[in-house]
Unconditional design. Sequence first.
Length: 142
Amino acid sequence: MPYPASKPTFLPLTLAAVRTSTTGSDDPARAPADETVRRRAEEADRTAADCWVGLLAGCDSPARRDLSARLLALSTALSSAAGQDRWNDSAHGRRVSAAALRIGAAVEEGDGEEFAEAVSGYDQTVATAVVSLGTRLGSSTV
């Protein structure tokens, strides 16, 4: 039996970390924030995949224009879930912002190799932040 076609994922670590950190929350009031983080991570992943296709094709696809906004939306959701002051003052928040800027520069230059490296770094950076903040994302002890 052939393997079903699967969509590429560009943020596998982030998606796994978000899904793990937001399941089993001890506070039902946190569920909307946790769901927003998960949804934003999935949207960013899909847009990164579409952006990659645009870069490979050498065209100015909508995903190339939308990716920075999707990454910002994910960062904003993480900030909200973790506590905005805590996130903005943390090394994690600064690293995520720097990694997102690197992706934006690669997209602007149309550099596929730099894009792949930047997305990989971003994925690791966001996943590390999510795991570090994980108990806070899924609990009321922010």
